[in-house]
Design a protein around this ligand. Structure first.
Ligand SMILES: [Zn+2]
Length: 258
């Protein structure tokens, strides 16, 4: 019986060795769902797949439907994003993007706009100064949370809905109350003593990165300490709202590259 085939534009999220020379690929499809597929012989140097299905690259693929895993029949490279594999700093910033996608997306579950967001982010990251990498990673995480339906409330109290002024913090508190469990910032009226604090600058950065285009992030002046506060917030957020602890973010926090 002939196998049914289909074509798809994909981003490569993860590669796992299989047997002597094959690879299992986790791929993000254009509709935001995940495709899991085998690329036979992909680890042989002569394979057409070895250079066309690299990590973080974008490709057009022809797939044959399999019982559990689909099989890659053909692949055409669209964007290699080689800098994300060649630069240690950029690789460290791309890894949390791929890890979250690999763990949160599912076969058959569409997430509109997630592919476009990721394609734009990886493209911008590949051509960016490494110092801007953590900010781009943080921006992608915040925007992805929004598309995945777990956007943190950064402008209004997540308990009562009261808008929070921009100059939060001020003389009374050195930090803004932020509750991952409740869903974001908490106003003074709703604040309880055991709510965690967030530096007002880190909240400003979170708001800015959530709304900013990747192309614009590439040209702003970075406060790396604030950006890392935002990344730590994203780590806790993913853990509370998606039960995912991103190992690659832990690496970013401890690698000493930034
Ligand atoms: Zn409130």
């Amino acid at each position: 019986m002939a196998q049914s085939t289909y074509s798809a534009r994909v981003l490569v999220l993860r590669k796992t060795k299989l047997g002597e020379s094959d690879l299992i690929l986790s791929l993000l499809a254009q509709d935001g769902s995940q495709i899991r597929a085998v690329a036979k012989g992909a680890r042989k140097p002569t394979s057409q797949f070895s250079s066309r299905l690299e990590l973080y690259s974008q490709a057009d693929v022809l797939l044959a439907q399999g019982r559990s895993l689909d099989i890659v029949k053909e692949a055409r490279l669209i964007a290699g994003n080689a800098a994300l594999r060649e630069s240690m700093e950029l690789a460290a910033c791309a890894a949390p993007i791929a890890e979250l996608l690999d763990r949160i997306t599912q076969p058959g579950l569409e997430v509109p706009k997630l592919f476009d967001l990721t394609e734009t982010a990886l493209g911008a990251l590949a051509s960016s100064d490494p110092a801007h990498g953590p900010a781009m990673c943080a921006a992608w995480l915040l925007k992805a949370f929004a598309f995945l339906g777990i956007r943190p409330s950064l402008d209004r109290c997540c308990v009562c809905g009261q808008p929070l002024a921009c100059d939060v913090g001020g003389a009374v508190h050195q930090t803004v109350a932020f509750s991952c469990g409740e869903g974001g910032v908490v106003c003074d009226d709703c604040r309880v003593s055991d709510v965690a604090g967030l530096a007002p600058e880190a909240l400003s950065w979170s708001r800015a990165l959530l709304g900013m285009r990747f192309a614009d992030i590439a040209s702003i002046e970075i406060d790396q300490s604030c950006v890392f506060d935002v990344l730590r917030l994203c780590q806790t957020w993913a853990q509370v709202h998606a039960s995912i602890r991103l190992k690659s973010l832990n690496f970013l926090f401890t690698c000493g590259l930034f």
